[in-house]
Design a protein around this ligand. Structure first.
Ligand code: 5AD
Ligand code: SF4
Length: 439
């Protein structure tokens, strides 16, 4: 028997890329590859790239440059670029970087085994199609290894919203929902392999509309069906658009036992003038009303958001409106981004905000958000929460896991195993995590 070939995948960007990297690793497992976390040991290196913010392509080129010595030492080493930079600039990457053997866009990962066979014969391979066949069908029928307690599951991909700043509709393509039966069978399979906590992924996950028994299913219907899987304990979903937050989904937050009290619902800006220019088709007010309805359904729901500062034409007053909205909501988590021009998107052509102004706004925004996150985390102290243990902590006998609200929690629990649920009294809030004791 020949020794297995080694595969090193470096993943950038969003959680969907994490899911995709796992699927690619499994797909190449069928070609005799095992994963390694050391690029210098690898027979194949794959960069799973992200194109959402600036200098994405440059980062890829500089990372590739670092692999030149490895390839010189091991001429058989194959190097591939996957993900959204591959989709957007695949041909250019092939032209500029002779080191690269393979370029594969996010909708073609199921074709990786054939592409791998091709590059082994010395012929470079590029595939940035949006093929008709079911990528997931081919990617999920793979060997069944034991899994960690928390996993991602892609239910929907692509986006038809065309926010003026965003490349996703171009790199991931049009919105496509997977059929519910496939998702349910993948979920059951994950649970059989040890998964207890599932995060359903999609660029526009709450627009989910998979064709199943009795017609198109909504995300809420899918969540209710997942709720019936024995052994699955927790369900979350990300990322949602305010306009697709349907009544049945809000209702699920009120009454579906396994749906966690956590929602990532980006608003991007608190200024209606900017929201309009962003092509978001909602207002700050409609977003705040939506959050009121969510909190009426589930009073303890913890909100998470994304914010962009320095979008073209953003004034100090617009920025102040964003700060006001954040104050009004009280986020448990928030992710802040400095606007960066993405070639091919409408906002790239507009008058840009000065870089120094963007930096200064980003700092103020981050200060507010840090304060708010810490305050929300502090409200957990003294409360009894349920923690799903994921892995041993840094100290002997310590276990680390997540609360219902997704905060990291550390507990002294020498008997506990990953995958166990425990009631924990929270004793302390320390920077980015909580400490507690078993009840
Ligand atoms: N510039 C800055 N931030 C962006 N995002 C998406 N595109 C851009 C861009 N061009 C942010 C949005 C989105 C998150 C995933 O990334 O806030 O919700
Ligand atoms: Fe991008 Fe999200 Fe807007 Fe779609 S809804 S264009 S993924 S920011």
């Amino acid at each position: 028997m020949t020794a297995p070939k080694k595969l090193f995948i470096k993943t950038y960007g969003c959680q969907m890329n994490v899911y995709d990297s796992e699927r690619m690793s499994e797909a190449l497992g069928g070609q005799g590859y095992v994963a390694t976390d050391r690029p210098e040991d690898a027979d194949m290196i794959l960069l799973n790239t992200c194109h959402i913010r600036e200098r994405a392509a440059e980062k890829v080129y500089s990372e590739l440059g670092r692999y030149r010595v490895l390839k010189e030492a091991k001429p058989d080493l194959k190097i591939g670029v996957a993900g959204c930079v591959a989709q957007a600039e695949g041909a250019e990457i092939m032209r500029r970087q002779p080191l690269v053997d393979l370029v594969v866009g996010p909708q073609s990962y199921h074709r990786l085994p054939q592409m791998e066979a091709q590059i082994r014969t010395g012929v470079r391979a590029i595939d940035t199609d949006f093929p008709e066949e079911d990528k997931f069908e081919a990617l999920t029928a793979r060997p069944k290894a034991r899994r960690a307690p928390a996993a991602f599951l892609t239910v929907q991909e692509g986006c038809d919203k065309f926010c003026a700043f965003c490349v996703v509709p171009y790199t991931r393509g049009a919105e496509v929902s997977r059929p519910p039966e496939r998702i349910l069978s993948e979920a059951r399979d994950l649970v059989d392999r040890g998964v207890r906590d599932l995060t359903l992924l999609g660029q526009n996950v709450n627009a989910y509309h998979g064709a199943g028994a009795g017609g198109d299913w909504t995300l809420a219907r899918l969540i209710w069906a997942l709720n019936d899987i024995d052994g699955l304990e927790r369900i979350r979903f990300t990322t949602s658009h305010p306009n697709d937050m349907s009544d049945d989904l809000i209702e699920a937050h009120a009454s579906c036992p396994k749906l966690m009290p956590y929602l990532h619902l980006p608003v991007q800006s608190g200024s209606d003038r900017i929201l309009k220019r962003m092509n978001r088709s909602h207002t700050a007010e409609s977003y705040l009303r939506l959050i009121e309805r969510l909190r009426a359904a589930r009073p303890d729901i913890l909100m998470s958001g994304d914010f962009i500062v320095g979008f073209p034409e953003e004034t100090e007053a617009d920025f102040q409106a964003t700060l006001d909205l954040i104050e009004a909501v009280g986020y448990g988590y928030a992710y802040t981004f400095k606007y960066s021009t993405r070639p091919g998107t409408p906002a790239a052509e507009r008058v840009q905000v000065d870089e120094a102004v963007k930096d200064e706004r980003l700092q103020r925004l981050q200060a507010l958000i840090t304060r708010q996150q810490q305050a929300v985390q502090q409200t957990m102290v003294g409360r009894d929460l349920t923690v799903l243990f994921e892995k041993p902590g840094r100290f002997a006998g310590q276990m680390g896991g997540k609360s219902e609200y997704l905060h990291a929690v550390h507990v002294h629990a020498p008997e506990a195993q990953p995958g166990d649920l425990a009631r924990v009294r929270i004793t302390e809030s320390v920077r980015n995590s909580l400490a507690g004791v078993l009840i």
